[in-house]
Design a protein around this ligand. Sequence first.
Ligand code: NDP
Length: 284
Amino acid sequence: MAVIIDGNKIAQDIREEVRQSALELKKQKGVIPGLAVVLVGEDPASQVYVGKKAKACAEVGFLSREYKFPSETEEEKLLKIIKKLNKDKLIHGILVQLPLPKHISTEKIIAAIDPYKDVDGFHPYNVGSLITGNPLFVPCTPRGIMELIFRSGIELAGKEAVVVGRSNIVGKPLALLLLAQNATVTMCHSKTKDLPKVTGRADVLIAAIGKPRMIEADMVKEGAVVIDVGVNRLENGKLTGDVAFEEVSAKASFITPVPGGVGPMTIATLMKNTLDAARRSINS
Ligand code: NDP
């Protein structure tokens, strides 16, 4: 039976570490980390995420500011706000909540953020630097997953890691992080042939697909570490991951649950990235 990795507990530990470090930073340098979150439109899920981010900031002693705009807001106006925030000395991290309305170019908006304030790690500078191995910021979910792996004492060097899903926010950056830790990495996607054969080789299997319970026990090697990134809402309102948790946990050595696995790590890591941004601003 697998060890269940407790993302709630690990995320809480990280938040406490960040809170302590923020206190030190304030005492020694007079700097309070500041995060600005920009939200365009009325998407209910985005509103919930933005609320959670503000709450997390309050908990760790950060300054947080929310900039909310109606969905018909023009791109030019958003670009102006970002330029202003880039210069704002009290703001160390800028996050634009995605998705943006269709008439706004996400690429243009992300590229307008100062890479030193890009706490989501989506700016082309940070994406490029992740490939060369020295990014200012790593996207929050992949960085959070690496933290879950490290803090569970799982060794990656020489292991076969298989990532199912190749999005820019999860799958691709995660594959690079696993590679940087000397895993042998395979990436899978919707066109992969014989997926069970590939996933069946994995010592470390990451599911970032968005399809409820798609990874079944016969796709998983005995003793594998299984990380479930998926968040799927079922018709009965319950949340479930991309992994058939009960059957797979009988075979895996470690597994993350949904909810309570990867999910809580994303915001905890955002706090960590914002703290890093504030520290870096002192030396720049
Ligand atoms: P995307 O929809 O951007 O990407 C999904 C990926 O899964 C694509 O690469 C797609 O392949 C692949 N895929 C789809 N169907 C199959 C299939 N049948 N076989 C193999 N691969 C397949 O999703 P995200 O990366 O944004 O998110 C993935 C999941 O993680 C979602 O459930 C999302 O809600 C969750 N998530 C959770 C977060 C958290 O904090 N816990 C944060 C971010 C996401 P292709 O490229 O070929 O289309």
